[in-house]
Design a protein around this ligand. Sequence first.
Ligand code: PMV
Length: 320
Amino acid sequence: MQAIAKSSPNIALIKYWGKRDTLKNLPAVDSLSLTLDSLWTTMDVKFSPEILQDELVINDEQQDKEFSRVQDCLNLVAGESRNFAKIKSSCNFPISAGLASSSSSFSALVIAANSALGKKWNTHLFANQASAISGSAARSLLGGIVELENISNGIKIQQLSKPNRWPLKVIIAITDTRKKSISSSEAMKLSAKTSPFYASWVQDQVFDMKEAKTAVVDQDFEKLAVISEHNCLKMHSVMWTSRPSIVYWNSATINCMHAIRNLQKKGEPVFFTIDAGPQIKAICLPENEDLVEKRLGEIVGVKSIMKSDLGSGPSVDINI
Ligand code: PMV
Protein backbone atom coordinates (compact mmCIF):
# COMPACT_ATOMS: atom_id res chain seq x y z
CA MET A 1 0.00 0.00 0.00
CA GLN A 2 2.96 2.35 -0.55
CA ALA A 3 4.52 3.75 -3.72
CA ILE A 4 6.88 6.54 -4.70
CA ALA A 5 6.53 8.35 -8.01
CA LYS A 6 8.80 10.96 -9.55
CA SER A 7 7.52 13.44 -12.12
CA SER A 8 8.82 16.60 -13.79
CA PRO A 9 6.98 19.84 -14.50
CA ASN A 10 6.00 20.73 -18.04
CA ILE A 11 6.19 24.15 -19.66
CA ALA A 12 3.36 25.00 -22.04
CA LEU A 13 4.21 26.69 -25.33
CA ILE A 14 0.57 26.83 -26.37
CA LYS A 15 -1.08 27.60 -23.06
CA TYR A 16 -4.05 26.40 -21.11
CA TRP A 17 -5.94 29.37 -19.65
CA GLY A 18 -9.62 29.07 -18.73
CA LYS A 19 -11.96 26.19 -17.96
CA ARG A 20 -14.94 24.92 -19.95
CA ASP A 21 -16.29 23.21 -16.83
CA THR A 22 -15.18 24.50 -13.45
CA LEU A 23 -16.70 21.62 -11.47
CA LYS A 24 -14.88 18.95 -13.48
CA ASN A 25 -11.90 21.27 -14.00
CA LEU A 26 -11.97 20.73 -17.76
CA PRO A 27 -9.80 23.11 -19.83
CA ALA A 28 -11.40 25.54 -22.28
CA VAL A 29 -8.59 25.05 -24.81
CA ASP A 30 -6.15 22.42 -26.07
CA SER A 31 -2.49 22.93 -25.16
CA LEU A 32 1.04 21.85 -26.07
CA SER A 33 4.00 21.54 -23.69
CA LEU A 34 7.58 20.46 -23.08
CA THR A 35 8.23 18.01 -20.24
CA LEU A 36 11.45 18.87 -18.40
CA ASP A 37 13.96 16.50 -16.85
CA SER A 38 16.19 18.25 -14.30
CA LEU A 39 13.34 19.71 -12.23
CA TRP A 40 11.26 17.15 -10.35
CA THR A 41 8.82 16.32 -7.58
CA THR A 42 8.61 13.00 -5.78
CA MET A 43 5.49 11.78 -4.01
CA ASP A 44 5.60 8.95 -1.51
CA VAL A 45 2.06 7.76 -0.72
CA LYS A 46 1.13 5.22 1.91
CA PHE A 47 -2.47 4.24 2.66
CA SER A 48 -3.01 2.34 5.91
CA PRO A 49 -5.86 1.56 8.31
CA GLU A 50 -3.32 2.36 11.05
CA ILE A 51 -2.95 5.98 9.93
CA LEU A 52 -5.52 8.04 11.86
CA GLN A 53 -5.64 11.10 9.64
CA ASP A 54 -4.18 12.31 6.36
CA GLU A 55 -0.70 13.70 6.79
CA LEU A 56 1.30 15.76 4.31
CA VAL A 57 5.02 16.52 4.57
CA ILE A 58 6.61 18.73 1.90
CA ASN A 59 10.42 18.99 1.82
CA ASP A 60 10.57 17.63 5.41
CA GLU A 61 8.06 20.18 6.71
CA GLN A 62 4.79 18.96 8.17
CA GLN A 63 1.88 20.87 6.58
CA ASP A 64 -0.48 22.09 9.27
CA LYS A 65 -2.75 24.11 7.03
CA GLU A 66 -5.50 22.52 4.96
CA PHE A 67 -4.34 20.51 1.98
CA SER A 68 -7.73 19.88 0.42
CA ARG A 69 -6.45 19.63 -3.18
CA VAL A 70 -4.18 16.75 -2.19
CA GLN A 71 -7.05 15.05 -0.33
CA ASP A 72 -9.41 15.62 -3.28
CA CYS A 73 -6.86 13.93 -5.51
CA LEU A 74 -6.58 10.90 -3.20
CA ASN A 75 -10.40 10.66 -2.95
CA LEU A 76 -10.65 10.71 -6.72
CA VAL A 77 -8.11 7.91 -7.11
CA ALA A 78 -8.99 5.75 -4.08
CA GLY A 79 -12.63 6.65 -3.40
CA GLU A 80 -14.16 8.62 -0.52
CA SER A 81 -14.09 5.61 1.85
CA ARG A 82 -10.33 5.10 1.44
CA ASN A 83 -7.87 4.60 4.27
CA PHE A 84 -6.07 7.67 5.50
CA ALA A 85 -2.72 8.33 3.90
CA LYS A 86 0.72 9.60 4.73
CA ILE A 87 2.13 11.64 1.85
CA LYS A 88 5.75 12.75 1.72
CA SER A 89 6.77 15.07 -1.07
CA SER A 90 10.12 16.49 -2.18
CA CYS A 91 10.58 19.14 -4.82
CA ASN A 92 13.90 20.52 -6.13
CA PHE A 93 12.53 23.89 -7.29
CA PRO A 94 10.34 26.73 -5.87
CA ILE A 95 6.69 25.72 -5.31
CA SER A 96 3.67 27.78 -6.52
CA ALA A 97 5.92 30.40 -8.10
CA GLY A 98 5.07 30.00 -11.79
CA LEU A 99 7.35 27.02 -12.38
CA ALA A 100 4.53 24.53 -12.93
CA SER A 101 5.02 22.76 -9.58
CA SER A 102 1.36 21.72 -9.62
CA SER A 103 1.97 19.77 -12.85
CA SER A 104 4.77 17.66 -11.38
CA SER A 105 3.11 17.37 -7.94
CA PHE A 106 -0.29 16.17 -9.09
CA SER A 107 0.98 13.88 -11.83
CA ALA A 108 3.33 12.26 -9.28
CA LEU A 109 0.52 12.06 -6.72
CA VAL A 110 -1.87 10.35 -9.14
CA ILE A 111 0.78 7.82 -10.18
CA ALA A 112 1.90 7.11 -6.60
CA ALA A 113 -1.66 6.79 -5.27
CA ASN A 114 -2.75 4.45 -8.09
CA SER A 115 0.44 2.38 -7.72
CA ALA A 116 0.01 2.18 -3.94
CA LEU A 117 -3.42 0.69 -4.62
CA GLY A 118 -1.85 -1.86 -6.96
CA LYS A 119 -3.38 -0.33 -10.10
CA LYS A 120 -1.55 -0.68 -13.41
CA TRP A 121 -0.40 2.28 -15.50
CA ASN A 122 -3.27 3.68 -17.57
CA THR A 123 -2.33 6.89 -19.40
CA HIS A 124 -5.88 7.92 -20.24
CA LEU A 125 -7.27 7.30 -16.74
CA PHE A 126 -4.30 8.89 -14.95
CA ALA A 127 -4.41 11.90 -17.29
CA ASN A 128 -8.09 12.53 -16.55
CA GLN A 129 -7.57 12.11 -12.80
CA ALA A 130 -4.55 14.46 -12.80
CA SER A 131 -6.33 17.02 -14.95
CA ALA A 132 -9.36 17.03 -12.64
CA ILE A 133 -7.09 18.48 -9.93
CA SER A 134 -4.63 20.55 -11.96
CA GLY A 135 -5.25 21.24 -15.64
CA SER A 136 -1.58 21.16 -16.58
CA ALA A 137 -0.69 18.01 -14.59
CA ALA A 138 -1.90 15.53 -17.22
CA ARG A 139 0.77 16.70 -19.67
CA SER A 140 3.54 15.66 -17.23
CA LEU A 141 2.52 12.02 -17.58
CA LEU A 142 4.38 11.85 -20.90
CA GLY A 143 7.89 12.92 -21.88
CA GLY A 144 9.16 15.08 -24.73
CA ILE A 145 6.65 17.35 -26.47
CA VAL A 146 3.07 16.65 -25.46
CA GLU A 147 -0.36 17.63 -26.76
CA LEU A 148 -3.44 17.87 -24.54
CA GLU A 149 -6.66 17.68 -26.49
CA ASN A 150 -10.21 18.22 -25.27
CA ILE A 151 -12.57 15.33 -25.97
CA SER A 152 -16.30 15.17 -25.26
CA ASN A 153 -16.20 14.13 -21.60
CA GLY A 154 -12.61 14.77 -20.63
CA ILE A 155 -9.15 15.19 -22.08
CA LYS A 156 -6.68 13.12 -24.06
CA ILE A 157 -2.88 13.40 -24.08
CA GLN A 158 -0.38 12.23 -26.65
CA GLN A 159 3.35 12.52 -27.22
CA LEU A 160 4.14 14.55 -30.34
CA SER A 161 7.91 14.17 -30.16
CA LYS A 162 10.26 11.98 -28.11
CA PRO A 163 12.73 13.89 -25.88
CA ASN A 164 15.82 13.18 -28.00
CA ARG A 165 14.18 13.55 -31.42
CA TRP A 166 14.44 17.35 -31.12
CA PRO A 167 16.77 18.12 -28.19
CA LEU A 168 15.51 21.56 -27.18
CA LYS A 169 17.01 23.26 -24.12
CA VAL A 170 15.02 25.17 -21.52
CA ILE A 171 16.74 27.89 -19.49
CA ILE A 172 14.72 29.30 -16.62
CA ALA A 173 15.52 32.70 -15.14
CA ILE A 174 14.15 32.84 -11.60
CA THR A 175 13.28 36.41 -10.70
CA ASP A 176 11.23 35.83 -7.54
CA THR A 177 10.71 32.64 -5.54
CA ARG A 178 7.75 33.88 -3.49
CA LYS A 179 4.34 32.28 -3.83
CA LYS A 180 2.20 33.90 -6.53
CA SER A 181 -0.36 36.45 -5.38
CA ILE A 182 -3.33 34.73 -7.03
CA SER A 183 -3.62 31.03 -7.92
CA SER A 184 -4.01 30.15 -11.59
CA SER A 185 -7.42 28.61 -10.91
CA GLU A 186 -8.77 31.82 -9.37
CA ALA A 187 -7.11 33.93 -12.03
CA MET A 188 -8.63 31.85 -14.84
CA LYS A 189 -12.11 32.28 -13.41
CA LEU A 190 -11.58 36.03 -13.26
CA SER A 191 -10.30 36.15 -16.84
CA ALA A 192 -13.25 34.15 -18.20
CA LYS A 193 -15.67 36.44 -16.42
CA THR A 194 -14.10 39.83 -17.06
CA SER A 195 -11.53 40.00 -19.87
CA PRO A 196 -12.93 41.41 -23.14
CA PHE A 197 -10.31 39.29 -24.95
CA TYR A 198 -11.23 35.95 -23.39
CA ALA A 199 -13.62 34.75 -26.12
CA SER A 200 -11.15 35.42 -28.92
CA TRP A 201 -8.35 33.79 -26.88
CA VAL A 202 -10.40 30.56 -26.79
CA GLN A 203 -11.38 30.82 -30.44
CA ASP A 204 -7.84 31.47 -31.76
CA GLN A 205 -6.34 28.54 -29.90
CA VAL A 206 -7.31 26.12 -32.69
CA PHE A 207 -5.07 27.99 -35.13
CA ASP A 208 -2.17 28.30 -32.65
CA MET A 209 -2.27 24.57 -31.88
CA LYS A 210 -2.24 23.67 -35.56
CA GLU A 211 0.69 25.97 -36.24
CA ALA A 212 2.70 24.67 -33.26
CA LYS A 213 2.04 21.02 -34.10
CA THR A 214 3.23 21.55 -37.68
CA ALA A 215 6.36 23.27 -36.33
CA VAL A 216 7.07 20.29 -34.05
CA VAL A 217 6.58 17.73 -36.83
CA ASP A 218 8.85 19.72 -39.19
CA GLN A 219 11.31 20.68 -36.40
CA ASP A 220 10.85 24.27 -37.55
CA PHE A 221 12.34 26.29 -34.68
CA GLU A 222 11.47 29.70 -36.14
CA LYS A 223 7.82 28.76 -36.61
CA LEU A 224 7.58 27.33 -33.08
CA ALA A 225 9.26 30.46 -31.67
CA VAL A 226 6.84 32.87 -33.36
CA ILE A 227 3.65 31.02 -32.41
CA SER A 228 4.79 30.27 -28.84
CA GLU A 229 5.68 33.88 -28.01
CA HIS A 230 2.44 35.06 -29.61
CA ASN A 231 0.37 32.57 -27.62
CA CYS A 232 2.14 33.46 -24.37
CA LEU A 233 1.67 37.21 -24.83
CA LYS A 234 -1.97 36.65 -25.78
CA MET A 235 -2.57 34.71 -22.56
CA HIS A 236 -0.94 37.48 -20.54
CA SER A 237 -3.03 40.09 -22.39
CA VAL A 238 -6.13 38.21 -21.23
CA MET A 239 -4.74 38.29 -17.68
CA TRP A 240 -3.80 41.98 -17.86
CA THR A 241 -7.24 42.95 -19.16
CA SER A 242 -9.10 41.01 -16.45
CA ARG A 243 -10.75 43.07 -13.72
CA PRO A 244 -8.95 43.45 -11.38
CA SER A 245 -5.98 42.92 -13.65
CA ILE A 246 -3.61 40.02 -13.08
CA VAL A 247 0.04 40.93 -13.62
CA TYR A 248 2.52 38.22 -12.69
CA TRP A 249 5.58 39.93 -14.23
CA ASN A 250 8.20 42.12 -12.58
CA SER A 251 10.83 44.38 -14.15
CA ALA A 252 13.37 41.55 -14.45
CA THR A 253 10.80 39.49 -16.37
CA ILE A 254 10.51 42.29 -18.94
CA ASN A 255 14.27 42.86 -19.09
CA CYS A 256 14.80 39.15 -19.76
CA MET A 257 12.23 39.35 -22.55
CA HIS A 258 14.14 42.25 -24.15
CA ALA A 259 17.44 40.37 -23.79
CA ILE A 260 15.92 37.42 -25.66
CA ARG A 261 14.53 39.73 -28.35
CA ASN A 262 18.06 41.21 -28.75
CA LEU A 263 19.54 37.75 -29.18
CA GLN A 264 16.88 37.00 -31.80
CA LYS A 265 17.86 40.17 -33.71
CA LYS A 266 21.40 38.77 -33.87
CA GLY A 267 20.04 35.57 -35.41
CA GLU A 268 20.23 33.38 -32.28
CA PRO A 269 17.60 30.62 -32.18
CA VAL A 270 15.87 31.35 -28.87
CA PHE A 271 12.39 32.33 -27.71
CA PHE A 272 10.62 32.95 -24.40
CA THR A 273 7.53 31.86 -22.59
CA ILE A 274 6.09 32.95 -19.22
CA ASP A 275 3.46 31.24 -17.08
CA ALA A 276 1.46 32.34 -14.04
CA GLY A 277 4.48 33.83 -12.31
CA PRO A 278 7.43 36.19 -12.92
CA GLN A 279 9.94 33.57 -14.11
CA ILE A 280 10.97 33.60 -17.75
CA LYS A 281 11.69 30.42 -19.66
CA ALA A 282 13.97 30.62 -22.69
CA ILE A 283 13.81 27.79 -25.20
CA CYS A 284 16.85 27.38 -27.41
CA LEU A 285 19.01 24.90 -29.29
CA PRO A 286 21.99 23.13 -27.65
CA GLU A 287 24.53 25.29 -29.53
CA ASN A 288 23.36 28.60 -28.05
CA GLU A 289 22.53 27.37 -24.53
CA ASP A 290 25.65 28.89 -22.90
CA LEU A 291 25.13 32.27 -24.52
CA VAL A 292 21.45 32.45 -23.47
CA GLU A 293 22.32 31.41 -19.92
CA LYS A 294 25.07 34.06 -19.74
CA ARG A 295 22.83 36.86 -21.06
CA LEU A 296 19.95 36.06 -18.71
CA GLY A 297 22.33 35.65 -15.76
CA GLU A 298 23.60 39.23 -16.31
CA ILE A 299 20.17 40.82 -15.85
CA VAL A 300 19.54 42.70 -12.61
CA GLY A 301 16.83 40.91 -10.64
CA VAL A 302 17.59 37.43 -11.97
CA LYS A 303 18.21 35.48 -8.77
CA SER A 304 19.26 32.18 -10.28
CA ILE A 305 19.14 30.12 -13.44
CA MET A 306 17.88 26.57 -13.84
CA LYS A 307 18.51 24.55 -16.99
CA SER A 308 16.81 21.51 -18.34
CA ASP A 309 16.71 19.17 -21.29
CA LEU A 310 13.44 17.59 -22.32
CA GLY A 311 12.60 14.72 -20.01
CA SER A 312 11.31 11.25 -20.71
CA GLY A 313 8.35 11.36 -18.31
CA PRO A 314 7.60 10.04 -14.83
CA SER A 315 8.75 6.92 -13.05
CA VAL A 316 7.51 4.87 -10.14
CA ASP A 317 10.53 4.16 -7.96
CA ILE A 318 9.21 1.75 -5.36
CA ASN A 319 6.05 -0.22 -4.94
CA ILE A 320 5.78 -2.10 -1.66
O1 PMV B 1 -2.52 23.60 -13.97
P1 PMV B 1 -2.74 24.96 -13.44
O2 PMV B 1 -4.10 25.12 -12.87
O3 PMV B 1 -1.66 25.39 -12.47
O4 PMV B 1 -2.67 26.01 -14.68
C1 PMV B 1 -1.51 26.25 -15.42
C2 PMV B 1 -1.66 27.41 -16.33
C3 PMV B 1 -0.40 27.88 -17.05
O5 PMV B 1 0.77 27.36 -16.46
C4 PMV B 1 -0.32 29.40 -16.98
C5 PMV B 1 -0.44 27.50 -18.53
C6 PMV B 1 -0.22 26.04 -18.84
O6 PMV B 1 -0.76 25.59 -19.85
O7 PMV B 1 0.52 25.35 -18.11
